[in-house]
Write a protein that binds this ligand. Structure first.
Ligand code: G3P
Length: 257
């Protein structure tokens, strides 16, 4: 229906879908294995360990991963193992980011190896500390995927990339909470990685508004992880609601025969 320039060929009729439902079976939108790795396009992850939220977001087809941290896990009031098993059971192909709790290098490495064995799609989150950097260096040599988390400066992102982190996770909202420009930090990390031809990708976390999502993707960040309310906020526009209401009203005027 599209010509080589991507424009609609003549003679093509577009029908509005008058009635539809998003499948309650989230497997309808089963995501490909490790979609975050090696893909060039932007991706959206959900920042939660809540099963209902994960299912709801996956049903839209937009989300391809889930990110957790100790605070997020604690909100579910379940043992860690139960929580993770339930998330993986929703969709075994979902990319899931899990954080280590140890503070020392050897402890982080041991935890990361165990987490990595849970499924093929785990990315281990390691905190941005000297001990964490040393752990990432070992883990990257073993082929275990890592995200260096709690990144708040370009130098921290550079250090993480130098030890082989697959991702760095700048926390934008927490910077803006203290009147610091988080978007500018992401922009600077992006340009620096491009200049240096680094492979480390940026997964932006601590998102407070839907506007932040569009701004951050427009400056080239790879993945954004967000709570469900921000994801839902991305879909909304008053003109969409008004337009749909008008279509439905006008449809009632169409003669049945
Ligand atoms: O993924 C990190 C994120 O959960 C932090 O968000 O809102 O606690 O700053 P927030």
């Amino acid at each position: 229906m599209h010509d080589a320039n991507g424009t609609l060929a003549s003679g093509c009729i577009i029908f509005n879908l008058r009635s539809y439902s998003v499948g309650s079976d989230t497997q309808l939108f089963s995501v490909p294995a490790m979609p975050g790795l090696g893909a060039n396009s932007m991706q959206i992850f959900l920042d939660t360990a809540n099963i209902a939220e994960i299912k709801k977001s996956l049903a839209t087809g937009v989300v391809s991963g889930v990110t957790t941290n100790p605070s997020i896990i604690s909100r579910e009031n379940k043992p860690f193992d139960t929580c993770i098993a339930e998330i993986i059971a929703v969709d075994p192909n979902l990319t899931v980011l899990l954080e280590v709790l140890a503070m020392d290098t050897q402890g982080m490495i041991s935890e990361a190896r165990k987490l990595n064995n849970i499924s093929n799609n785990i990315v281990v989150k390691i905190p941005m500390t000297p001990e964490g950097l040393a752990a990432v260096k070992v883990l990257s040599q073993e082929g275990i995927k890592t995200t260096v988390t709690l990144v708040f400066s370009l130098n921290q992102a550079i250090a993480a990339s130098c030890v082989g982190a697959d991702y760095v996770a700048p926390f934008i909202g927490r910077l803006e909470d203290i009147d610091t420009d988080g978007t500018e930090l992401v922009n600077t990390i992006k340009r620096t990685f491009e200049t240096q031809k680094n492979k480390t990708k940026i997964i932006v976390a601590s998102i407070r508004t839907p506007k932040a999502v569009s701004t951050l993707f427009s400056i080239g960040c790879d993945i954004i992880t967000m709570p469900l309310n921000i994801l839902e906020g991305m879909f909304k526009h008053p003109l969409t609601d008004a337009g749909l209401k008008k279509f439905n009203e006008d449809w009632q005027k169409v003669p049945a025969k």
